[in-house]
Design a protein around this ligand. Structure first.
Ligand SMILES: Cc1cc2nc3c(=O)[nH]c(=O)nc-3n(C[C@H](O)[C@H](O)[C@H](O)COP(=O)(O)O)c2cc1C
Length: 357
């Protein structure tokens, strides 16, 4: 019997269903990752915003809550990246995802340790570059997606990347239900990856007041701004974003300095660390002083909303799909619902399904 809902993603990542919960800074904490994995999905822990010495304990905390495999996200420009690579190899996590800065040697080290490399990309050339580096799969994020985002919508980008690379491709950006899962698999993806939809679950440890603010947003309230760090980021519009959009250049510089100092106080980072992470958040490569200063804004402002429960003066990264979400299911309720909707689509099209999937 055919089984379109049991894909290579399930076999390689070891999840029951072809559904990934993506990394989200200050959101994809151990509780959410364990909730996803226990429900049959595959979760990524967001270590890109952690200090190197916090990563091992966070991995062990996930393991206290689930015996299922999971992944970890980080990036090579964060302070302590080399130490994080060592930790991930020692801990033998199932998969890693990374943004800017990977190289062939790093990918080879992970693969030699039996760890799958599953980066997220937002453009065809990035997918090709990652495949040249030797990654196992790519997650392709269309412009609907939350956080830093590209310019091409999922419907165009996914088939483009499927044509351009030979590794399995996972669809991301704008997914929230089983119709989307069935559609992505029909186009040729091995599954879907979702950020915003998992942020809006009961298992997600973000303060309730912040989640409620997301639930009130309409599709039009989720906009792309370059005022946070100079690169396009998709966020829920709030008082903070309105102020940043209206601010003069001098006003933005002043806000950036204040937020950077607030982050320094909260994180205990040195000025050197601060500049290093600001630089990483901006581009990971050549960065103007202006972008560097703007990047200093992001960590403190995200933490205000995601940890401090202050959604109006903080930042709320979000995919457009938040504008269609009105409730907070558990991860288990969400994943079961997505799977039964996807089965219903295939059944309606006359595709026979194995009852076990
Ligand atoms: C609040 C928030 C924080 C994010 N933080 C990160 C991050 O730290 N690292 C990363 O690679 N992607 C990050 N992303 C992007 C997501 O991992 C994912 O690719 C995206 O949310 C998918 O689109 P969707 O929100 O429409 O599901 C973030 C997204 C959101 C909504």
């Amino acid at each position: 019997m055919t089984n379109p809902l049991h894909t290579e993603l399930c076999d390689r990542l070891g999840s029951r269903y072809p559904i990934i919960q993506t990394a989200m800074g200050w959101v994809a904490r151990p509780e959410l990752v364990a909730g996803t994995c226990n429900a049959g999905g595959f979760g990524f822990l967001a270590a890109g915003v952690m200090r190197a010495d916090e990563v091992g304990p966070a991995i062990r905390r996930v393991r206290d809550m689930t015996d299922k495999p999971f992944g970890v996200n980080f990036h090579m420009f964060q302070p302590g990246a080399e130490q994080i690579v060592e930790t991930l190899i020692n801990e033998r996590v199932r998969a890693v995802s990374f943004g800017r800065g990977p190289n062939k040697d790093m990918v080879a080290r992970f693969r030699k340790a039996g760890i799958l490399c599953v980066p997220t990309v937002g453009a065809v050339r990035h997918a090709q570059k990652m495949v040249e580096l030797g990654v196992d799969m790519v997650v392709v994020q269309g412009s609907e997606g939350g956080g830093h985002t590209g310019a091409v919508a999922s419907n165009i980008l996914l088939p483009q990347v499927l044509d351009a690379v030979k590794v399995p491709v996972v669809a991301a950006g704008g997914y929230s239900d089983g119709r989307g899962l069935a559609a992505a698999i029909t186009v040729g993806a091995v599954g879907i990856a979702m950020g915003t939809r998992f942020l809006l679950t009961k298992d997600c440890p973000v303060p309730e007041v912040t989640k409620q603010q997301y639930l009130k947003a309409n599709v039009d309230d989720i906009i792309v701004t370059t005022k946070i760090d100079g690169l396009p980021q998709r966020v829920v519009r709030n008082k903070r974003i309105d102020a940043m959009e209206k601010a003069s250049t001098l006003g933005l510089i002043w806000q950036s300095i204040q937020s950077g100092l607030e982050f320094k106080k909260m994180s205990g980072a040195s000025y050197f660390d601060l500049i290093k992470s600001a630089k990483a958040m901006a581009h990971g490569g050549e960065t103007t002083v202006w972008q560097l200063l703007m990047s200093a804004n992001a960590p403190a402002l995200y933490q205000r909303a995601m940890l401090g429960g202050d959604p109006e003066s903080g930042l709320m990264g979000s995919g457009q799909v938040a504008g269609t979400i009105r409730e907070l299911p558990t991860c288990n309720e969400l994943i079961q619902r997505i799977m039964s909707e996807a089965r219903a689509r295939f059944t309606a099209l006359g595709v026979p399904l194995d009852a076990a999937v």
